[in-house]
Design a protein around this ligand. Structure first.
Ligand code: GAF
Length: 411
């Protein structure tokens, strides 16, 4: 299975200006590819098409599994599933990005892990639904996607959310949108085996166009925060560092474990329960410098999310820049999840006039987002490209994006 870059995907999505053509952010092209794939693979028309987006996280990194706060928004890059129910309890999945379709029956979703590779995300959703007691319909599915793989833009959650939306509708299942992220997360945690938090699935399901999603990851309450970049004369530039993003590897899991150990040492359910005012006292009680830095990142990052939300509620979009940049410094120095390509993109964007910049997503590669004056976006992107060339890094992909909507049925 091969991925597509942000800019390749974006060129298809909206001719490169990042604004996407429709209110759902779904372009005709990716939907048409899913439909065409369905028709040619199954020699029939799909019963419907369901789309879910990738995301960037404006701020709040590695806070979700600490029961904290996040502020993602949905990208105009989507995964579309064309699907129809079948009579039996079997699932056939075709993807434009895979060499072969995958077929599995009920025995493969009796317990986690029996389907592997990309189709595990689909089987995982079927497993999680069945495990929660839902009568999941057998189905034929065809998948097309503009969300690049391995760039930290949450292609896996987009796939899970689109498949889940399709199966819920096809089966007439009583599973409201606000309960879908937890189920999709179970698929990823228990079937696929990646110990992620709830942010990406929540963004893929619950985001709203023109807004960032302020999510309390403890009780899953949300507030849709207006994020009107046009009105503020601003743009969010996304730089795909092309440094491979691997949160399934040991580093993500080890960060999560050290946060959980620290919470246990402090006698709190999760690091979200350490208040900013108590941070210094909490740090004094921790056994080593590394753990202290991990905790400091999470506690200060939660506060930065709250501060960002306060500014956005007041319409003071320009002023969030320093919070984004402080978040990056914290990920680089305290949480230690950045890589040279990422730090270069952030430093160069800031030097070229960005109001703020930070890595977005799980880390160890992936994407940087920079808040820029709209008329500086091209110059900032050029500066990053130049800096990469000077350091002999693989050329980055850059694009601007606007917030779009979460999972939708297209018809
Ligand atoms: C990845 C995970 F999937 C999210 O749950 C979140 O922890 C993120 O990394 C870091 O904020 O995207």
């Amino acid at each position: 299975m091969t991925g597509r870059s942000v800019s390749e995907a974006h060129a298809d999505a909206d001719a490169g200006d990042g604004t996407a053509g429709t209110t759902t952010g779904v372009t005709a092209d990716v939907a048409a590819r899913a439909t065409a794939g369905f028709c040619s693979r199954y020699a029939a028309e799909p019963a419907g098409r369901w789309a879910a987006p990738g995301r960037v996280n404006l701020i709040g990194e590695h806070t979700d599994y600490n029961d904290g706060y996040v502020l993602p928004f949905a990208l105009p890059l989507r995964t579309v599933v064309a699907a129809a129910a079948r009579e039996d309890q079997g699932w056939t999945v075709w993807s434009e990005l895979a060499d072969h379709p995958v077929e599995f029956g009920p025995e493969a979703v009796d317990e986690p892990g029996r389907v592997t590779g990309w189709a595990a995300y689909v089987a995982g959703v079927v497993w999680a639904l069945r495990d929660a007691g839902y009568a999941v319909p057998g189905a034929r599915l065809a998948i097309a996607s503009d969300v690049p793989l391995g760039s930290g833009l949450s292609s896996s959650a987009a796939l899970e959310a689109a498949v889940l939306a399709a199966l819920v509708d096809l089966g007439g299942l009583d599973l409201p949108a606000e309960k879908q992220p937890r189920l999709a997360q179970r698929a990823e945690n228990h079937y696929v085996g990646a110990p992620t938090g709830i942010m990406d699935q929540s963004a893929a399901v619950r985001c709203r166009a023109g807004h960032a999603l302020f999510l309390d990851c403890r009780d899953e309450s949300v507030e849709h925060i207006p994020f009107d970049l046009d009105e503020a004369g601003l743009a969010v530039l996304v730089v795909d560092s092309r440094a491979p993003h691997r949160h399934a590897d040991g580093e993500y899991a080890s960060r999560r474990r050290s946060c959980e150990r620290a919470a246990a040492a402090l006698g709190v359910p999760a690091l979200r329960d350490v208040a900013m005012a108590d941070l210094d006292a909490a740090l004094d009680r921790l056994p080593d410098d590394e753990t202290r830095r991990r905790v400091r990142h999470v506690v200060t990052e939660d506060q930065r999310v709250l501060d960002t939300v306060t500014l956005l509620r007041a319409g003071r979009v320009r002023e969030i820049g320093p919070l984004l940049t402080a978040s990056h410094a914290s990920m680089r120095d305290d949480f230690e999840i950045t890589v040279p390509e990422i730090d270069t993109a952030v430093e160069t964007a800031l030097a070229a006039g960005a109001l703020g910049a930070r890595m977005t997503g799980g880390g160890f590669g992936g994407c940087v987002l920079a808040l820029v004056d709209a008329d500086r976006a091209v110059a900032v992107a050029d500066a990053v490209r130049h800096a990469y060339a000077e350091r002999a890094f693989t050329a980055p992909h850059t694009t601007t994006v606007l917030p779009t909507t979460g999972a939708t049925r297209l018809g």
